[in-house]
Design a protein around this ligand. Structure first.
Ligand code: XLS
Ligand code: NI
Ligand code: NI
Length: 439
């Protein structure tokens, strides 16, 4: 039985290919900055959108046609779905995948039933990983869909919900560990509030800090040495999410003495919802030694919510890859397509068009970014722009050798600042265009 009988493994055919199901830029073995493209990108497919997304929206039911899925919540259907998923991962040449516990296996009537459903599906995932060589980028627990999480999970006003969440994370970590997951993600689904009138914010934040410490302790106990990641998002589903952006997450991690144990999983559409560019979030996390992984998608310029579209914009992919390279790459993370096809793109083949196009856009972005870096085209400009800090008074300030009084004497003697030089934003934007044209 095959889920995608008409589709064979997507191959690299080069930029001139007109085959819509061929890679024009993603050439897994091509070396860029001393590493294969495959190792730079570490592409990963998400289980939730790609295998659980139905295309339903608040105005109508699902539209997706998925012949391998009988639509039931049985363990057997979940196991068959897992086999279909691995067929897609392999045919896309994606080396990784990612899941929530409740995407891969149905939630049971009791916690213990849910645990055993997860184990039964994990058996198939393990088998399929071994057979195909596809690996688990990260696992996570869905602590936002079930109504019990209406007030949050680790930040719920109800202590039992905290306990339930702890039990669920314990199990999801064990399964992630069993499947060799390289990271474990916390996206604070409902960890936030709708209204402060009913919320003890300090208490909720303290609970969240305690929860993460429990996870860190338990990872040690079971020997899970994957990277913990927090995924910032500013709104949706709650009005205010505690992990609203990279800077808020880092402040939280430092306040609760967790900085050494966590990095960030940055998502493009979450960055834009927070009023930032993706490159800002990557550069900020990278500058704090906290760049872990990315959820690659994009929003719609005209819509203000998390539309989770596949990114095909070369500016976006160039900027994303440029700042990833700048900060030394993704380490144990990857480029994880937390993205879904549109409701109108209901056929199985659309799952291929979407991933192939976005993998290619990221691969081209990587090549453009590496070309800019190879010529130091932006680096040299930035170094020159800050050169007043390399010697003289700038070097003394950076070294911490002077205070306000010294700087007053310096300036009284000098009288006025050395004239500024242009920021040349437009020239730099044109420069990026030239590299996009050239690659
Ligand atoms: C939702 C998030 C979610 C996380 C995993 O907006 O992106 O999908 O990636 O829980
Ligand atoms: Ni995400
Ligand atoms: Ni998202």
């Amino acid at each position: 039985m095959t889920a995608f009988p008409e589709i064979s493994t997507v191959q690299y055919e080069g930029p001139d290919s007109d085959n819509p199901l061929a890679f024009r830029w993603y050439n897994p073995d091509e070396m860029i900055e001393g590493k294969t493209m495959k190792d730079h990108m570490r592409f990963s497919i998400v289980y939730w959108h790609t295998f659980r997304g139905t295309g339903s929206d608040p105005f109508g039911p699902g539209t997706a046609v998925r012949p391998w899925d009988d639509g039931s919540e049985s363990v057997e259907n979940a196991q068959n779905r897992a086999r279909a998923a691995f067929e897609l991962f392999e045919k896309l040449q994606a080396p990784f995948y990612a899941f929530h516990d409740r995407d891969v296996a149905p939630e049971g009537a009791t916690l213990s039933q849910s645990h055993s459903n997860l184990d039964a599906v994990a058996d198939v995932l393990e088998e399929e990983q071994k057979r195909s060589g596809v690996k688990l980028l990260w696992g996570t627990a869905n602590m936002f869909s079930n109504p019990r999480f209406m007030h949050g999970a680790a930040t719920s006003c109800n202590a039992d919900v905290f306990a339930y969440s702890a039990a669920q994370v314990k199990k999801a970590m064990e399964v992630t560990h069993r499947l060799g997951g390289e990271n474990y993600v916390f996206w604070g689904g409902r960890e936030g509030y709708q209204n402060l009138y009913n919320t003890d914010m300090k208490r909720e934040l303290d609970h969240l800090g305690a929860f993460f410490h429990m996870a860190v302790d338990y990872a040690k106990q079971i020997g899970f040495d994957g990277q913990f990641l927090i995924e910032p998002k500013p709104k949706e589903p709650t009005k205010h999410q505690y992990d609203s952006d990279a800077a808020a997450c880092l402040n939280f991690l430092r306040a609760y003495d967790l900085k050494d144990h966590f990095k960030l999983n940055l998502e493009t559409n979450h960055a834009t919802l927070a009023g930032h560019t993706m490159m800002h979030e990557i550069d900020y996390a990278g500058s704090q030694d906290a760049l872990g992984s990315i959820d690659a998608n994009t929003g719609d310029m005209l819509l203000g919510w998390d539309t989770d579209q596949f990114g095909t914009d070369y500016y976006l992919t160039t900027q994303t890859m440029y700042y990833i390279l700048k900060h030394g790459g993704l380490g144990s993370g990857g480029v994880n397509f937390d993205a879904k096809v549109r409701r109108e793109s209901f056929e199985p083949i659309d799952l291929f068009h979407s991933h192939v196009g976005s993998m290619d856009a990221f691969a081209k972005g990587l090549k453009i970014a590496a070309a800019i870096r190879g010529d130091r085209a932006i680096d040299d400009f930035i170094s020159a722009r800050y050169s007043s800090w390399d010697e003289g008074i700038g070097a003394k300030i950076e070294a911490g050798h002077v205070g306000l009084a010294d700087l007053e004497s310096y300036m009284l003697e000098k009288g006025e600042v050395t004239p500024n030089v242009s920021g040349r934003q437009e020239m730099l934007e044109n420069l990026v265009n030239r590299y996009i044209d050239r690659v």
